[in-house]
Ligand binder design. Sequence first.
Ligand SMILES: [Ca+2]
Ligand SMILES: [Ca+2]
Length: 83
Amino acid sequence: MVVWIPAIALASMITGGVLTWLYARSLALGDVNRDGEVNILDVKKVKLAYSGLIEEPRADLDDNGVVNILDVKKVKLIYSGIL
Ligand SMILES: [Ca+2]
Ligand SMILES: [Ca+2]
């Protein structure tokens, strides 16, 4: 598995900057399994989290505290290139 992290984000993450953490997270939005791309595996993982079969905090793509149908819709939109 390859996880791509921009050098600028990595440097700031080492110093613990919150803004950089948000920056790094936004770059990876939708990449729930952190394999470096948003694909059907991420959609599947969000669906599993939504159904309660797995616990995956990264599946909460809109940061509202729950994994619901809106998160499933969002990862599908990211995967399809609409977002
Ligand atoms: Ca992924
Ligand atoms: Ca959510």
